[in-house]
Every structure is written in C-alpha cells, then in structure tokens.
Write a protein that binds this ligand. Structure first.
Ligand SMILES: [Zn+2]
Length: 126
C-alpha cells in the first residue's frame, strides 16, 4: 500500500527552496501572474583580447523556472550566476524591471584565484 502524502502546496514550495536538486517547476507554476521574463546579461571580460559576451534569454510560462547561467569562462569550476533570488525579490516587491551586477563565485583551474567574473544584468518581467 502506498504511504499517504500530507504535502501541502506550502510544504512543497519550502522543499524546493532548500533542496539543491530542483524539481521541474515551470515559470507559470512558480509565478502564476507572469507571462514572460526577459533576462539580458553582459559578461564583463577583464581580458582585453576577448570579445564582450552578451546573452538574452527569454523564459515563457512553460519553461522550467531555473534562472541560472553557467560562467562563460572555460576554466572556471563551480561558478555561475543565479538570478532566482533577484527575480524572487522583484516578485515580492512588485517590480517589473531590475538591473545590477553579479560576480562569479567559481574558482579558476590553472590559477590560484577565484573567478569573480562580473555579469551586468537587466531583467524584465512581463
Ligand atoms: Zn566563473
């Protein structure tokens, strides 16, 4: 016999926030009022020879609600940029536009330093 489940929707949400293995929640499920989120990111290269790296990502209601980008540096491990906290704050404060900077917390493999690549972002919630 299958065990009975007592998971409320509130309990489920708590679980997904504290679990690193993310369940595939869609954007529409996470934020019912949102149609689309546009994320524009410009990675700031400190190396003068490399070209600026821009990315524009559009999340629709059917997309998985994973707002994380990998670091653009090949030799960076454990890095990346997580925009979920920014979007969470925007939703909580009813903001539709936000911009700012995040720094990569990864480590560079053949240098004993942290990556700290800067990413300038702009987020628009539709
Ligand atoms: Zn990095």
């Amino acid at each position: 016999m299958a065990p009975e489940m007592y998971l409320t929707s509130q309990g489920k949400r708590k679980l997904s926030q504290h679990n690193n293995v993310q369940p595939l929640v869609t954007l529409g499920e996470l934020y019912a009022a949102v149609n689309r989120i546009t994320l524009f990111v410009a990675f700031e290269e400190t190396d003068a020879e490399s070209e600026a790296n821009y990315q524009q990502i559009i999340f629709t209601a059917d997309n998985a609600a994973i707002f994380r980008l990998d670091c653009s540096r090949d030799n960076c491990t454990g890095g990346g940029f997580d925009f979920a906290p920014v979007i969470d704050t925007m939703m909580a404060e009813n903001e539709t536009m936000a911009h700012g900077r995040l720094a990569c917390a990864g480590a560079l493999s053949h240098a004993e330093s942290s990556c700290s690549l800067q990413a300038e972002y702009r987020i628009i919630i539709h």
